[in-house]
Design a binder for this molecule. Structure first.
Ligand code: TXA
Ligand code: MG
Length: 323
């Protein structure tokens, strides 16, 4: 059962978030499906509850700019935009700081992180009470439209999440504008609640990633180059391993094959949610350990193609692709 909370239940919602549960909450744009962004299992739970087929990177929500800028490196442009538009429907993509607490899965393994300070008073109160960065995509099943009421949320996610914090319909109703500030010039990744003209008035010309169509922008974001270039292991990856050589590094799923030089188990119990939450960290760790031990490569055991397994296999396939 999904608890339906009113703003009077805000402390309960915050406690659930801190406990690693999934809580939908209103923002000025759409209802978000929130999870503690530091908690790998909670973040993996977002992908599971939504049935999101790919690990698209998630936006992290903060109660004020300084909290966001403790996790990402903000340049002068970011600070100016934050002063103008936050709280509000603008998401900034910025480089992660080395000590960023946000789980790798929340950022889909990228070296960048999307951050925003929403303008909804209940969202801000929740973020303050929770005291943790909150990763939140729109609170809908994958492939459905974004929810702007608690009823929409329950229609799609009822029974799949711990609670929804109901504070009526969302004011903006379209998602935030996503602006990439990691390059020399700002680039619009998604038009949204803050018109690009308003951003250009502050920053000057903004590049458009979108005339190619939203589909193309999404495709480029999901492309191996963009998604994997930052975390693809240096060591070659061998898929579908049913035996392992003594000098190989092993990415295990379920009972581990015996005899590897070094092993990272995604989930001894064969739990796909746990496996998803440990995938990016495991690839990085095996790459480091395997390289240090002179392993020629990483052998990956088969993962079932169901549920989150499809996303895990998608990423493993990209990691194993020739480059
Ligand atoms: O209004 C909104 O932004 C809502 C509310 C809940 O805040 N959230 C939302 O999240 O729309 P979502 O997951 O549906 O959309 C996030 C968008 C996606 O297009 C994603 O690809 C992009 O932001 N994004 C997130 N992190 C990124 C990154 N590091 N680099 C590039 N794009 C990123
Ligand atoms: Mg969405």
């Amino acid at each position: 059962m999904t608890e339906r909370l009113t703003p009077a239940g805000l402390d309960r919602a915050a406690a659930l978030l801190r406990d690693g549960a999934l809580v939908a909450f209103p923002t000025e744009t759409v209802y978000g499906l929130g999870a503690d962004a530091r908690n790998a299992r909670a973040v993996a739970g977002i992908f599971g509850a939504k049935g999101r087929p790919h690990f698209n990177p998630l936006i992290c929500h903060y109660p004020e700019a300084e909290a966001a800028f403790a996790e990402v490196r903000a340049d002068d442009r970011a600070r100016r935009l934050a002063a103008w538009f936050w709280p509000g429907p603008l998401t900034l993509v910025l480089p992660r700081r080395p000590d960023c607490r946000v789980d790798l899965l929340a950022g889909a393994g990228l070296d960048t992180l999307a951050v925003r300070v929403p303008a909804h008073p209940t969202a801000l109160a929740l973020l303050r009470a929770a005291g943790v960065p909150v990763a939140a995509p729109s609170a809908n099943r994958s492939g459905q439209v974004s929810p702007t009421t608690a009823e929409h949320v329950l229609a799609g996610l009822g029974g799949r999440i711990a609670a929804v914090l109901d504070d009526g319909p969302c004011a903006v109703g379209v998602e935030s504008t996503v602006l990439d500030l990691t390059g020399a010039g700002p680039v619009l990744l998604r038009p949204g609640g803050v018109p690009v003209e308003a951003i250009e008035a502050e920053l000057g010309p903004v590049g458009r990633a979108l005339p190619l169509s939203a589909a193309a922008a999404t495709a480029s974001l999901r492309s191996p180059g963009m998604l994997l270039s930052h975390y693809a292991p240096g060591l070659p990856v061998r898929l579908g391993a049913t035996a392992v050589a003594p000098d190989e590094a092993l990415l295990a799923f379920g009972p581990a094959l015996p005899g590897a030089a070094v092993t990272w188990n995604l989930s001894e119990e064969g739990d796909l949610r746990e496996a998803a939450s440990r995938l990016f960290a495991g690839l990085r760790w095996l790459d480091e350990e395997g390289t240090a031990r002179g392993c020629p490569g990483i052998a990956a055991m088969p993962v079932p193609e169901t549920g989150l397994g499809a996303a895990i296999n998608d990423r493993l396939t990209r990691a194993a692709a020739p480059r």
